[in-house]
Design a protein around this ligand. Structure first.
Ligand code: PGA
Length: 253
């Protein structure tokens, strides 16, 4: 049975007090609902991580993620944060290769491969994002496009490392646009991703890797999207900034 995960990607939102209140609200709701089957992950900005790390130790089922990290463990890289630093404060997951980082920060396949390695080397779990832009979807090449992203950045991994990955499929045309993939489109891509992993690593490993959907996932559409047998949860942007919406999505899983 694969992990079922809902991860909230706050992106560059929430000041100190706002971020801590949001986590406190999520914790309170989780306690009331005692939903222990889903892993609930919060990917806050760096400034909140150490404090939230102390908070999540008191909550079963709540985990902490960073939104990025540097590929080296330490050194003269002004402004950067390493996987080893994240590990030292109890972070468990790191989002790698979000389309915003690929686009605005020009992160290449090679760089993403080295970040994934750094995250795994420090015993953290990468949530590796993939997904096609609108032009690729319109020319119906999303399957091969996403397969290439996976091959380029992940297929250097040993089988025991691939086992520890989480994949997030996020069609770029659905991120923050209010336009979401249909449940059928999501399932089709998640299935195609699993087939591609199976081709390289075998069915047993591909069946173990959780695959999350991201892109305008909201309380109103989450249940339908998560019904796909290859969809193991969601990476939630906008709707993760509000505790009630976020927890409604957790409940739909
Ligand atoms: P969205 O973002 O839910 O706001 O579309 C998803 C993401 O970018 O991870």
């Amino acid at each position: 049975m694969r992990d079922q995960i809902i991860a909230g990607n706050w992106k560059m939102n929430k000041d100190w007090d706002q971020g801590l209140s949001l986590v406190a609200e999520i914790q309170k709701m989780m306690l009331e609902e005692s939903s222990d089957e889903t892993k609930v992950v919060v990917a806050s900005p760096y400034i909140h991580l150490a404090r939230i790390s102390e908070m999540v130790t008191q909550s079963d089922g709540l985990y902490l993620a960073a939104q990025n990290c540097h590929h080296e463990s330490a050194g003269a890289y002004t402004g950067e944060i390493s996987a080893s630093m994240l590990r030292s404060i109890g972070v468990e997951y790191v989002i790698i290769g979000h389309s915003e980082r690929r686009e605005y920060f020009k992160e290449s396949h090679e760089l993403l491969a080295s970040k994934v390695k750094a995250v795994l080397d420090h015993d953290l779990i990468p949530i590796f994002c993939c997904g096609e832009p609108l032009s690729i979807r319109e020319s119906n090449q999303q399957g091969s496009f996403v397969n290439q992203q996976l091959s380029d950045s992940l297929f250097q991994l040993a089988p025991e490392s691939m086992r520890r990955m989480v994949i997030a499929y996020e069609p770029i045309w659905a991120i923050g646009t209010g336009r979401t993939a249909s449940a059928a489109q999501a399932q089709e891509m998640h299935h195609s991703i699993r087939q591609h992993l199976a081709g390289q690593y075998g069915k047993e490993i591909s069946d173990e890797v959780p695959s999350l959907y991201g892109g305008s996932c909201k309380p109103a559409n989450a249940e339908e999207i998560f019904a796909g047998p290859d969809v193991d949860g969601g990476l939630i942007g906008g709707a993760s900034l509000n505790a009630s919406d976020f927890m409604a999505i957790v409940r739909s899983l």
